[in-house]
Design a protein around this ligand. Structure first.
Ligand SMILES: [Cu+2]
Length: 93
């Protein structure tokens, strides 16, 4: 095990009142779920003034890059995407 990462479900202030999720994807298809990848489930936010207290903790067992997006509506296309260990990929370029 190399470490862990905690991903905040609320990175877009305009969509705090909607459900959000964390879904593993791939670099080539960043808004599509990766087969066998992780999925947090949908987590609602109930206040426009503060983020949900719900979190999704993921243990990262290797140094390979992982791509993550929110599968709610068009959040991914609006930029709700994340990367884990992306520096490994960038260093390899
Ligand atoms: Cu979202």
């Amino acid at each position: 095990m190399y470490g862990w990462i905690l991903l905040c479900l609320h990175v877009n202030l305009d969509s705090r009142l909607q459900n959000h999720s964390i879904v593993q994807s791939s670099f080539s298809e960043p808004c599509q779920p990766l087969g066998g990848g992780f999925f947090s489930g949908f987590v609602p936010s109930t206040s426009p003034d503060s983020p949900s207290r719900t979190s999704f903790t993921l243990t990262v067992g290797d140094k390979n890059p992982k791509w993550v997006y929110c599968s709610q509506a068009d959040h991914c296309k609006k930029g709700m995407v994340h990367a884990i260990n992306a520096f490994v990929s960038c260093a390899a370029l």
